[in-house]
Design a protein around this ligand. Structure first.
Ligand code: NAP
Length: 388
């Protein structure tokens, strides 16, 4: 308020002095002129600062990784801060995050050690995908008002040189869909199943984490390809959903009952493709039921990500030998050059009513550490993201 008053006084005073002198038909005295010059000069500085201040008023809310979690991450592994937003250099753009994607992979990025991508350094903003709107741009490829997808981090505002940023069109699909079906989980499902799993009509396809962002899309695409599709998920609600809403042929609730006998009932002809998101005991068990030339897709192993003891590998791996089967891991980024083609195909399936997407949106970036844990407790139902 005081600031605005000061700006107003600074704007008005020179005008007042000049107009008074015009009314009285006389020129400004030396003294009056210098007051005007000083005020106008200060006014210009203040107006410039005011522009900075409007950006500064919207503080950047961010979470930095400050320690490497042992087991499940806790709020203490992160530092929350609200900092000012820096001015842009040439070639940069300022993005306001709208939705931040929460992914199980983030847990791996917090660990030291070699992986497909370097770990997040301690003190750095936690890495995360997101979609947002360009607030300012000094980069010729992006304009103010553009919507973009990229690694925006767990923060409300990010400054980028534009590398890795893709323009998206909110008129073609609502923004959350660019993190779900048309985002990494949709792409993961598409390429993991079709390129690694190679499903054929009539195959039995089993998917774990079946009600999740990736698993639910895998099952639906397998149905489109004419397969008998069975999902493994936690709880009756999720099992009902994949059968009744997504058209799976069978569902197994791994949290209750005997999974081995449920697998036999639901997959009477054995398993041709196992798309595994979970690892651990379920992978081990399924290996005992695969068919000749089966394909086991190692997409993830969420049951192992927070282990404080060594990761549990499959004891039954010789089943691969006996069945001349293959087990292959993959990283979705390897298919980046084909994302567009997948999005077009999935968009068409969606328009035809063959593919559904479910998002689980939690309000408020401040909730990040606790919201992330939903992935590991099964608390999410659909693609988990934060609305900033
Ligand atoms: P999501 O499936 O939407 O959410 C994670 C789900 O995992 C939870 O809802 C929970 O479902 C299940 N889960 C958690 N802990 C479990 C446990 N101990 N045992 C069994 N199930 C458990 O997450 P998403 O983003 O789609 O990721 C799914 C998998 O894909 C993850 O393993 C992830 O790492 C992997 N992924 C891989 C790539 C790649 O490039 N290879 C890319 C993206 C994602 P329930 O309630 O059913 O237990």
């Amino acid at each position: 308020m005081i600031f605005l008053l000061a700006v107003a006084i600074q704007k008005i005073t020179p005008l007042y002095l000049i107009s008074i002198n015009i009314i009285h038909n006389k020129s400004l005295t030396k003294h009056e002129l210098s007051i005007c010059i000083i005020i106008v000069h200060f006014n210009l500085i203040e107006v410039k600062n005011y522009r900075i201040s409007t950006v500064k008023l919207a503080l950047n809310k961010q979470f930095k990784l400050i320690s490497r979690p042992i087991g499940l991450p806790t709020r203490d592994d992160f530092e929350y801060s609200e900092t000012s937003i820096p001015l842009l250099n040439e070639g940069e753009l300022l993005v306001k995050s709208e939705y931040i994607s929460l992914d199980p992979a983030m847990r791996g990025w917090m660990n030291e050690g070699k992986s497909y991508i370097p770990p997040v350094r301690l003190g750095d903003v936690m890495r995360a995908g997101g979609v947002g709107c360009v607030l300012e741009s000094k980069n010729g490829k992006f304009n103010k008002g553009d919507f973009v997808h990229g690694l925006l981090g767990v923060q409300s505002h990010s400054v980028s040189d534009g590398k890795g940023m893709t323009k998206i069109d909110p008129n073609l699909a609502p923004l959350p869909l660019y993190l779900s079906l048309f985002g990494l989980t949709g792409m993961t499902a598409y390429f993991g199943l079709l390129s690694i799993g190679e499903p054929k009509q009539g195959d039995t396809v089993l998917v774990s984490g079946a009600a999740g962002a990736t698993g639910s899309v895998v099952g639906q695409i397998a149905k489109i390809k004419g397969c008998h599709v069975v999902g493994i998920a936690g709880g009756q609600k999720k099992c009902d959903y994949i059968i009744n809403k997504l058209g799976f042929d069978g569902a197994i609730d791994y949290t209750s009952g005997n999974v081995a006998s449920a697998l036999k009932t639901n997959c009477p002809d054995g398993i041709d493709v196992f798309y595994d998101n979970v690892g651990g005991d379920i992978l081990d068990l399924v290996l005992t039921m695969i068919n000749l030339n089966a394909r086991v897709v190692i997409c993830g192993a969420i049951s192992q990500y927070n282990n404080t003891t060594p990761i549990k590998g499959p004891a039954n791996y010789l089943s691969l030998l006996v069945n001349r089967a293959k087990m292959q891991g993959f990283i979705v980024f390897d298919f980046a050059s084909q994302y567009k083609e997948a999005a077009v195909q999935m968009g068409q399936w969606m328009a035809e009513g063959k593919l559904k997407s479910k998002e689980h949106i939690v309000e408020g970036i401040e909730t990040f550490p606790e919201t992330l844990l939903m992935l590991f407790s099964g608390g999410n139902f659909g693609k988990l993201m934060i609305k900033v």
